[in-house]
Design a protein around this ligand. Structure first.
Ligand SMILES: *Cc1c(COP(=O)(O)O)cnc(C)c1O
Length: 401
């Protein structure tokens, strides 16, 4: 809820407006505060002054700290500049951007791709470009916040269907009769690590002539052949209208893209407001992503290591007595659901005292009553570290009953 503004800025303080809102969050165990990392990226970092094992980063392949990715960022800064200076459609469109778009399209198996400033901006821009006031967006209940916000920006009617429930999706699509419909789903759900039933979704969408957007933020560089994603794994490149990917997770950089046909790319450059009215991706981010893509392509050992580590973490947690949800056994996202937000924070702090950092994730990021530690195994971890971390988490959980 947005707090009512105080009568004057000077009267603002505890008990009124913003101060009261913060106090309410603190009482509910939902106050969020920053922690500070003061070291290079990697499996071990210095967090608020102490060395910890990092177990909650989305840098799945460890590429944010990879020497050649860092060099590529530095070289791109030297060659192209620190910033792009304008939006793509004014004077910010560099040959570097076009090279990255071509590589991303090839990686995803589509004709074209369009860069965005971030995955958040991509979802906002693409959803609002493809749905308007008279349309219906049909959206999975566990979709990422940026999809939820994209639906709001589109001002379309939004119908939320039960998580992964194809019958509910079919019902929602039947009720859109006559209106243009757009189905939106995460491929890998960010907080649970489970997969969307994409084949069923695409089949229903085809039957109801609905468009489909798939958000592969946690699938790109993680699942499918060569890390190309779930859409590629299932051979659905031609059935999905737009696949969103981020450069900020497995690709170790920042920014995002929409992979689609050439015609759709031309449309997005005319209608996706977050691409049109925002400065083009900084050259160092684009250069880093290009090098990350090369590594994903040419060093399959990175992906093998990611999946082996994911399996190790899951097995070690199961040995500690944790209930691991039944997602594919090589998925790196492992939720330890605690329930109460304060209990999740307490478990997080207890693990931290043992040198393991996995941030507690609370509502509204996850549904009420499902606060959790969201663990992530990456290619940067050592097997022994993951086993030790599972033991630390097991001890922290049993100490807390
Ligand atoms: C992280 C995430 C995004 C946002 O991507 P950014 O590039 O970090 O803005 C979008 N969708 C999903 C499912 C995500 O997990």
């Amino acid at each position: 809820m947005i707090p009512a503004p105080p009568a004057t800025a000077a009267s603002e303080g505890e008990g009124t407006g913003v101060g009261a809102a913060l106090e309410e969050l603190r009482r509910a165990g939902l106050l969020r505060e920053l922690r500070t990392i003061d070291s290079a990226p990697g499996a071990h970092v210095r967090l608020d002054g102490r060395e910890v094992l990092l177990l909650c980063s989305n840098d799945y392949l460890g590429l944010a700290g990879h020497p050649s990715v860092r060099s590529a960022a530095a070289e791109a800064a030297q060659r192209w500049g620190a910033g792009a200076g304008a939006s793509r459609l004014v004077s910010g469109n560099l040959a570097l951007h076009e090279r990255l778009e071509a590589e991303l399209a090839a990686f995803k198996g589509t004709e074209a791709s369009v860069l965005f400033g971030s995955g958040y901006l991509a979802n906002l821009g693409v959803i609002a470009a493809l749905a308007g006031r008279d349309d219906v967006v049909v959206s999975d209940a566990r979709n990422h916040a940026s999809i939820v916000d994209g639906c709001r920006l589109a001002r379309a009617e939004t119908v939320v269907y039960g998580h992964g429930d194809l019958d509910a999706l079919a019902g929602a699509l039947r009720r859109t009769r006559g209106r243009r419909a757009l189905v939106v789903t995460d491929a890998v759900f960010s907080m649970d690590g489970d997969l969307a039933p994409l084949e069923g979704i695409v089949e229903l969408a085809r039957r109801h002539r609905a468009r489909v957007i798939v958000d592969e933020a946690h699938a790109t560089g993680v699942v499918g052949p060569g890390g190309r994603g779930l859409v590629a794994e299932l051979g659905l490149e031609r059935e999905v209208d737009v696949t969103i990917g981020t450069l900020g997770k497995a690709l170790g950089s920042y920014g995002a893209f929409a992979a689609c046909t050439r015609q759709m790319a031309a449309y997005l450059l005319n209608r996706a407001r977050t691409a049109i009215f925002s400065t083009a991706l900084p050259p160092p981010a684009a250069g880093a992503a290009l090098e990350a893509l090369r590594l994903v392509r040419e060093e399959p050992a990175l992906l093998e290591r990611l999946h082996a580590n994911a399996r190790t973490l899951r097995d070690a947690l199961a040995t500690q007595g944790f209930q691991i949800p039944a997602t594919p056994s090589t998925m790196p996202i492992v939720p330890l659901v605690v329930g109460d937000p304060r209990a999740a924070m307490a478990l997080c702090e207890a693990a931290l005292a043992g040198g393991v950092f996995a941030q507690a994730i609370r509502p509204p990021t996850v549904p009420a009553g499902t606060s959790r530690l969201r663990l992530v195994a990456t290619a940067a971890h050592e097997e022994a570290d993951l086993r030790a971390a599972a033991a630390t988490l097991g001890a922290a959980a049993s100490d807390r009953g």
